[in-house]
Design a protein around this ligand. Structure first.
Ligand code: FES
Length: 227
């Protein structure tokens, strides 16, 4: 009897074990451990990719790099600011070439009687006319009341033999030709036919006013300073 019980018991245990194993092996697995692991390595700094290097070390390296970059950016910023500032400070004063052009000294001894020499002053042509006695007398006898822009010859010169003018036609800005036109010893603007006399006064043509007289003075008998 006892042997029957023992055989029976053993039989039941084996059945239970087999059933349990079958049940266990046929269970669904809900943990998706077969999915590939996502790697963010390529998004990490190069200095942090090596897991064997301590974070402290890379932190120190990055701190040093940041300080160097801040220093370089600061120096560049200061240099740019200084250049900008200097640009404005220099711009507030006149440029050297403009200062040099502000006044022009002209030697008169090489300008012969009857000749007009042309100089440049502030980008404009300056006519320096060494007038003959005949031209001086002619201009002094002109009836000023008949002129479009009435000015006496004495008002236009500091010394009778020297006429100093800006050589730009007062009509539209052409440069008149000396010793040309209908007036003896005068000037002619070919652009639209303006005639100026030997004192630079408009006598015929569309120019509305006389040729302009610049600011000048005699430094001595043979030198003038324009400007
Ligand atoms: S520009 Fe001289 S006449 Fe017109």
């Amino acid at each position: 009897m006892s042997s029957f019980v023992s055989i029976y018991s053993r039989f039941r245990f084996e059945n239970w074990l087999n059933a349990s194993l079958r049940t266990f092996s046929s269970k669904n697995r809900y943990a998706h451990t077969d999915l590939p692991k996502v790697s963010f390595q390529e998004y990490r700094r190069k200095s942090l990719r090596n897991s064997n290097v301590s974070t402290r070390r890379s932190f120190d390296e990055r701190t040093v790099a940041n300080h160097v970059m801040s220093f370089v950016a600061g120096v560049a910023g200061l240099y740019g600011f200084k250049s900008h500032l200097l640009h404005y400070i220099e711009g507030m004063g006149a440029a050297r070439n403009l200062v040099a052009e502000a006044q022009v000294e002209i030697k008169l001894q090489n300008i012969n009687v009857g000749k007009v020499s042309i100089f440049k002053w502030r980008g404009k042509p300056i006519f320096v006319y060494h007038r003959s006695q005949a031209v001086i007398e002619q201009e002094r006898q002109t009836d000023v009341t008949k002129l479009r822009d009435p000015e006496t010859d004495e008002q236009r010169v500091k010394r009778p033999e020297w006429l100093v003018m800006i050589g730009i036609c007062t009509h539209l800005g052409c440069i008149p030709i000396p010793n040309s036109g209908i007036i003896h010893g005068g000037f002619y603007c070919p652009c639209h036919g303006s005639h100026f006399d030997g004192a630079g006064r408009i006598r015929k043509g569309p120019a509305p006013t006389n040729l302009e007289i610049p600011e000048y003075r005699f430094l001595d008998n043979s030198t003038i300073l324009i400007g």
